[in-house]
Each structure stands twice: as C-alpha cells, then as structure tokens.
Design a protein around this ligand. Structure first.
Ligand SMILES: *Cc1c(COP(=O)(O)O)cnc(C)c1O
Length: 514
C-alpha cells in the first residue's frame, strides 16, 4: 500500500473536497438574476453591515461539491454495511418512487385536512399494519427515531403510573447490561432510577437476578428482543408475567424487530410498549442517508395515554385529533401530550407501507428468516478463526446478527479497532464495535437479508484473510490502517466532545502554524 502524496491532495479519482465556505465566494452565483434596483431601505440602523458572507458557487461547482461529499459517505447502495443492531438493508427503489409521488411529497402539514385525505389514509393503513404485525392495539406514529420512540413509550408508562397515583413510589427501571445506551438514557431523562440486570453466561437476562430485583417500586423493564447479543430472550414470557405481577410495565426495544417480523407478535409475549425503527425493519435509508422514524405500539393498558396527534376516520373521511379538547377523545383517553410539532415523517411512512405491501405477509416472514439465515452463515463460517462468546454450536443458532469478541486477537498486539480499520482498506464498513458492553472488544456483524451468498462469501473470505494476517503478525496492515481512505484515524472522542460547528476564516497566524 502506498503512502504516495499527490500534488493536488486527490488520490486517484478520490477527490479532496474543502468546505463550501472555502471554495465559494460571495460574487459567484448559480443563476442569472436581474440587477437589484436602488430602493430606499426601510431598515434604518437594523440593516446588517456588509454582506451575509454566504458562499456562492456556480451550478457545476455546487453539483461537484455535493456529489463528492456524497461519495465520501459509505452507503448500503455502495457496498455491504454490516453494522450490527442498525440493520443497514437495501432500500427498494419502489419505495423511493412512491415517496416522490407529488401527492405525498409536495403537501404541507398546515394544509386543510380535506385536501390531504390520501396521506391521512396512508398513515391510517400504516398504523393498521404496525398494530397487526405486533399484535398490539394502539400506535403513536409521530416519534422521529428509535430513541424518540423509547421516550414516547416511557412517557406513556409514566403517565399510566401517574394516573394510578404511584409516581412518587414506582420509580425504578430495570435495564439489562447488554442494552443499547438509549434505554438507560431514556429512563434517566424521565427521572427514573436505572437498575442494571446482569447477563448470564449464555448472553441472556439472568432470570434469577431479575426476579430478585422485582418489587412494588419497579416501574418498568426495558428489554431488547432479540437482544443485542443477537439472541432471543427465551424467558421473555416468564419475565413479562413476573413483572406484571408486581405492577410494572414491559418496554421492549424493538430495534431488532427485523429478526422476528412476521414470525412473532410482541403483543403475545406480554409487551406493553415497543418502538419500531421504520428505518431498520421496513427499509428506508438511514445512517447519513435520511431521517429516522420510530412509531411506538402500545398495549391496552397504555393506549389511553398515546400522544397527540392521531388519525381517526369518520363519515367526513380522515382527520387528525390534534388537541386535548377534541370532542372525539373518549372519556378514558388522556394523551400525555405530543412528541413533535406536526405528525411525523411522512416520507418514511410512505416507504414503510410500500415495503410492507410489496412484500406481503409471506414476504415479511421471509425477511426475518433470511436475515437469521445470513447471520448464521457468517457465524458458522467464521467460528473456527474468530471467537464467539455465546456460541453454543450449530444446534444453538444466533438470530439476525453474529457476535464475536476479541479473544482471537490475544497475543497479536492488535485490538478490535485495528481490525475494524483494516476492514476499511478492504472496502468494508466496519461492524459495530465495542457494543454490547458485556463482551470484551465486541464485534457485532449484521449482514441483513438483502446480501447475496456471493457477497457474504467474499466478506467471509476477506475476514478470514484478515484474521490470518493478524495471526501471522502483519502489523503494518492493521496499525497503519486505513491507508486507502481519505483520512486515517481521526480523534473520534474529540470530535464528539468538542464538535466545531462554525467555520471561521483561518487567520494568517493559524495558516502559518499548519
Ligand atoms: C438503533 C437502535 C436504537 C435507537 O434507534 P435510533 O433510531 O438510532 O434512535 C435503540 N436500540 C437499539 C437496540 C438499536 O439498535
């Protein structure tokens, strides 16, 4: 691999791209505008001095800028994206065609509802299928991400507890150690005490430890199923029953619904609230490619607290119940408020419904089956060279993702990060790293159902070659990686903790120091 520096900073056809402020100039413009006539300003001393310093680019410059940036963003449309828990699956083009229909894409949330009947009907249809697939009676469509859906479900739980007058005493939320960070964060944000439940040697919730934690002060458990170790929580019904017996609510993190959609209805397992990441299970681009959407399904016990707005249908067609004073709210309905200004992510509703309708019930079931099959193919093909902490052999398959730890790298002087960076040079986005926390140096690989066998075989062969390189002591291949990416190892912690969100023209001094 070459360290070759080029004069332009470009590497082959991989082009450097400065910030738009660095290439644009105020004088340039992509369109021909008439000269502004002299007008008397009415702004007095409120007028801004000078110009607004907006970057100006010609049309081809603007086009190149954004196309080059888009090429730096790895996408599922470019290659395998095995990010565990995130379900980066192919987004069928049919979804895009439907989402771009002007009747969906050119409407405005403040339009009279009589003029957007089709869009409201689509929301009602989507709600119907989400309820049918989960076996739960109500759904709040509006949350705008998985984490936002968690907040919605936990706010419904808090409202139910408050309605019973138990808010002061029922304040503990049980969260397994393998949980996604958003689970404890959501509980803490709402003022609950977070109490961790250990995992057993199999990577599942330790049932005895869970039962010991039960008491009258337990508000809820937040459990992911299949869990973040890629395993189905076998004791889930026993967990739900024991929790309900002490008056607690069962929040299920539904981000991994892709593994069981069409096969299992969470409502049958005793779940009270669950968010569904439309952008994971029902395709629709995410990860830099688009917004999220996290509708939250609710059980009978929580349905009366579902947030505003929601779609209802009557003789006059479809409409949204928007306010607490709406006469259509039943006597027992007591929405806890609202999650968003309008109604949620219309474009994602269209994509998700398009995905559901084009697959049908049998197709959705096959999605889950193929997702699980592909993950097991990877586990079975790598288990002899990588180490899988909860692997109990071919008779105990994983669900939709294969979890490895870093013990196969022991004595190589390399760690999970080195391994992941070397994958980038091979043209693969790394798997999810160092998550779940219950596994040392975790590597969580989720291929999804949309990869072909040929694509999986090449990935597996590449991983095996990397393991061979690691064991043979080819340190340069790992420690210098990524060598073929536009940037090497960035300080991700610094970037997350101290993001620079504003561009300032570099001063002469800073330039001299560079
Ligand atoms: C993705 C994910 C979430 C959060 O979803 P966002 O849409 O990213 O907010 C929560 N839990 C699990 C297990 C996830 O994989």
């Amino acid at each position: 691999m070459s360290e070759k520096q080029t004069f332009s900073g470009n590497r082959g056809l991989q082009l450097e791209e400065p910030l738009i402020f660095e290439i644009g100039s105020y004088q340039n413009c992509g369109v021909d505008l008439d000269d502004v006539p002299d007008v008397a300003s009415c702004l007095g001393d409120c007028a801004a001095p000078g110009n607004a310093d907006l970057p100006g680019l010609s049309e081809p410059e603007a086009m190149r800028h954004f196309v080059r940036l888009s090429q730096k963003n790895h996408a599922i449309d470019a290659g395998l994206y095995p990010l565990g828990s995130c379900t980066m699956k192919h987004n069928p083009r049919l979804n895009e065609k439907m989402a771009r229909l002007p009747g969906f894409s050119d409407i405005h949330p403040l339009q009279p509802q009589a003029t957007v009947q089709g869009a409201l009907e689509l929301m009602d249809d989507l709600a119907h299928w989400l309820k049918t697939l989960t076996g739960l009676p109500a759904v709040a469509l509006s949350p705008k991400a998985g984490a936002h859906g968690e907040l919605c479900g936990m706010m419904a739980i808090r409202a139910a507890i408050e309605a019973k007058g138990e808010l002061a005493t029922r304040n503990r939320v049980l969260v397994p150690e393998s949980a996604h960070g958003t689970n404890p964060a959501t509980a803490a944000l709402l003022g609950f005490k977070v109490d961790g439940i250990p995992a057993n040697a199999e990577g599942r919730v330790d049932l005895a430890a869970f039962k010991e934690k039960l008491g009258d002060d337990v508000a809820a458990i937040m459990l992911t199923n299949p869990n973040t170790c890629g395993l189905f929580e076998r004791d889930i019904i026993e967990i739900a029953d024991a929790l309900h017996a002490v008056g607690g609510y069962f929040y299920c993190d539904g981000a991994n619904f892709n593994a069981i959609v069409g096969r299992v209805r969470p409502g049958d397992l005793g779940v009270d609230a669950m968010h569904i990441n439309l952008h994971k299970t029902f395709s629709t681009p995410h990860g830099g490619g688009g917004p999220g959407s996290g509708p939250t399904v609710l059980s009978d016990r929580l349905a009366p607290f579902a947030p505003l707005p929601f779609v209802v249908s009557g003789e006059d067609g479809f409409s949204l119940v928007e306010t607490m004073g709406d006469a259509r709210l039943g006597a027992d309905e007591n929405p806890f408020g609202r999650m968003v200004a309008f109604h949620g992510q219309m474009g994602m509703y269209v994509r998700a419904l398009s995905y559901m309708m084009s697959h049908g019930a049998d197709g959705l079931r096959q999605v889950a089956e193929d997702a699980v099959l592909n993950a097991n193919y990877i586990l079975a093909s790598l288990r002899d060279v990588m180490t899988a902490p909860f692997d109990n052999g071919p008779k105990a398959p994983c669900m939709h993702e294969a979890l490895f730890d870093d013990s196969f790298l022991k004595d190589t002087g390399l760690d999970t990060l080195d391994f992941a960076k070397a994958m980038i040079d091979e043209g693969y986005h790394p798997m999810t790293m160092y998550f779940p926390l219950v596994v040392h140096g975790a590597m969580l690989i989720e291929p999804t159902e949309t990869e072909s066998k040929a694509s999986l075989d090449l990935f597996i062969a590449t991983m095996r070659d990397l393991v061979k390189g690691a064991k043979e002591g080819d340190m340069a291949r790992f420690k210098n990686a990524p060598e073929l990416a536009p940037r090497r190892r960035l300080d991700e912690t610094q970037a997350a903790r101290n993001p620079i969100l504003r561009w300032h023209e570099p001063t002469a001094k800073a330039q001299a120091a560079e």
